[in-house]
Design a protein around this ligand. Structure first.
Ligand code: BES
Ligand code: MN
Ligand code: ZN
Length: 490
């Protein structure tokens, strides 16, 4: 797994500044006076820091952007990076400032001057999140980044706050690694093995193989994997950190390790992106990892359906009718609408076995949600306003875009089939909504449920604030916060 860069916190020590090797990063607000350590640095550089902060170039920066002083006189360091701070330093702004440092980490030591900054833990979090680099397949591995030290008053206090953040960063990196991994490496077997290894962290992990899924009657899920050489699986991860016997909160993820579309095959252009079609399962796994690392006081179960959607002589055909674990029959009009078939059975199994207090599923489910919301927001669907509002609030607090879309009977009606209980597609119009309506048929009416369509947010083609281009890990932060706020009363 890609390991987050280790960050140490230590007491402010003005005397160490002149001899600090590598790079020094400091945060400054335009027009405001410098913090004590920055003032000391200014003195050592004979006013170069103040001149930079007072320059037009600095004034032109947006909060979170930075400028560099190269080889400053008076210092052993090779460079000083000055990050512009917003007047009001919110959690978001502090993370952004940290990310500006994390984006440029190199092999040299980096010293971040946080002084008495109350958000030093958020700065460290942003730094670590942005300093992600997926390089296991480069023959020349990425240079290890140098040690990062944050100088701050009361370092022990900050380090304690930063610990929870480190658990989230590790969960997010686990998710990103899974999403970035190509499908010849991340087969269903490999995916399941990586989840099983989380046993070490105190998670209970079970792998249900095809024969078990057959006995359970999961015909919808099994139909999707019929064309693949890599066997279909359901993996169940339990974290029981809450009151013994209390019903869990359930997370369910779509884990299509590669989606060719099956017999309804996708066009060649861009098909390589479908290595990310297990993004929902990866987020579930990342959240479970975070919960275990920070020993969450909640009962949470994560279930993922792992399959590969391939065309083959044994693959399911358009027009086939499959029977779900619930008992409802489905006419498979389009084998490329496979995610909902997988989720139908895993959602049902989750409810039958665990009787969860609430359930959230995540899936890279539809291209239609990208047409609706672009890459800025995940599409949120729900049968329960309270759960949905709580999730949206958690997402907002973490800076993860999420936008609720409607559900209604009229959309559900589009799924009517001539020969089975339903079809697996409801036409092009409102495609993300009809997909959600399909899932809703496998949610018991008394179970508060949210569906998160992350097709547009799981992977980005450009850098974002907290991630380089590629997998984002969208949702790990929001779900971890939801669990903290709603189930742990923190
Ligand atoms: N995995 C895709 C959805 C997707 C598209 C995810 C783009 C990420 C980026 C899903 O299985 C799919 O193929 N959906 C079809 C549904 C259609 C056949 C009703 C789609 O969106 O075109
Ligand atoms: Mn598909
Ligand atoms: Zn898919």
């Amino acid at each position: 797994m890609t390991q987050p860069v280790p960050i140490q916190f230590r007491d402010s020590d003005a005397d160490a500044l002149a001899s600090q090797p590598g790079r020094i990063a400091l945060l400054a607000e335009q027009g405001a006076s410098l913090a004590p350590l920055a003032r000391k640095l200014d003195k050592l550089t004979r006013g170069a820091v103040m001149r930079a902060v007072g320059s037009e170039a600095f004034a032109a920066l947006k909060p979170g952007e930075s400028l560099d002083l190269g080889f400053p006189t008076g210092l052993a360091a090779d460079g000083v990076q000055i990050i512009r701070l917003a007047r009001k330093v919110t959690q978001d702004q502090a993370r952004k400032a940290g990310a500006a440092v994390g984006r440029n980490l190199s092999g040299v030591a980096t010293l971040v001057l946080a002084d008495t900054h109350p958000q030093a833990a958020d700065i460290a979090f942003g730094l670590a999140m942005r300093a992600y680099d997926f390089s296991p397949h480069k023959t020349t591995p990425a240079k290890p980044v140098g040690p990062v030290t944050v100088m701050v008053a009361e370092p022990e206090k900050v380090a304690a706050a930063a610990n929870a953040g480190a658990a989230v960063t590790e969960g997010v990196f686990f998710t990103r690694d899974l999403v970035n991994e190509p499908a010849n490496v991340l087969t269903t077997d490999d995916f399941a093995a990586r989840l099983a290894a989380m046993h070490e962290l105190g998670l209970e992990v079970e792998i249900l193989e095809e024969d078990a899924l057959e006995r359970l009657g999961m015909g919808a899920l099994l139909g999707v994997g019929m064309g693949s050489e890599t066997p279909s699986k359901v993996v169940v991860m339990q974290w029981n950190g809450g009151p013994k016997g209390e019903a869990p909160f359930a997370l369910v993820g779509k884990g299509v390790v590669f989606d060719t579309g099956g017999i309804s095959i996708k066009p060649a252009g861009g098909m390589e992106d479908m290595t990310m079609d297990m993004g929902g399962a990866a987020v579930v796994a990342g959240v479970m990892r975070t919960l275990a690392l920070r020993k969450a006081r909640a009962n949470v179960v994560g279930l993922v359906g792992l399959v590969e959607n391939m065309p083959d002589g044994r693959a399911q055909r358009p027009g086939d009718v499959v029977k779900s674990m619930k008992g409802d029959t489905i006419e498979v009009i389009n084998t490329d609408a496979e995610g909902r078939l997988v989720l139908a059975d895993v959602l049902w199994y989750a409810q039958e076995r665990f009787r969860p207090t609430a359930m959230i599923d995540l899936a890279t489910l539809t291209g239609a949600v990208i047409i609706a919301l672009g890459h800025e927001n995940t599409g949120v669907f729900s049968n329960d306003d309270a759960l949905c509002d709580a999730f949206l609030k958690a997402a907002k607090a973490e800076g993860e875009g999420a936008w609720r879309l409607p559900m209604a009977e009229a959309y559900d009606a589009k799924l009517k089939s001539r020969i089975a209980d339903m079809m697996n597609v409801g036409g092009r119009d409102g495609g993300a909504i009809t997909a959600a309506q399909f899932l809703a048929r496998f949610v018991k009416p008394d179970v508060p449920w949210c569906h998160l369509d992350i097709a547009g947010t799981a992977l980005l083609k450009a850098d974002s604030t907290l991630a380089p281009k590629g997998a984002t890990g969208w949702g790990v932060m929001a779900l971890d916060r939801l669990i903290r706020d709603r189930f742990e009363g923190k």
